[in-house]
Write a new protein. Structure first.
Length: 41
């Protein structure tokens, strides 16, 4: 287990609904665009 803190600067966060009823959270960071998919079980 790595116990290092990773600091990511987030410039813009957008949320949208995907067609299969999942929330898609996209974050524009200094490393590029990060997409997070949130499932609701």
């Amino acid at each position: 287990m790595l116990n290092e803190k990773i600091r990511i600067r987030i410039f813009e966060v957008t949320t949208s609904k995907s067609p299969d009823y999942r929330d898609v959270i996209t974050c524009k960071t200094m490393f590029g665009t990060l997409a997070l998919y949130c499932d609701y079980v």
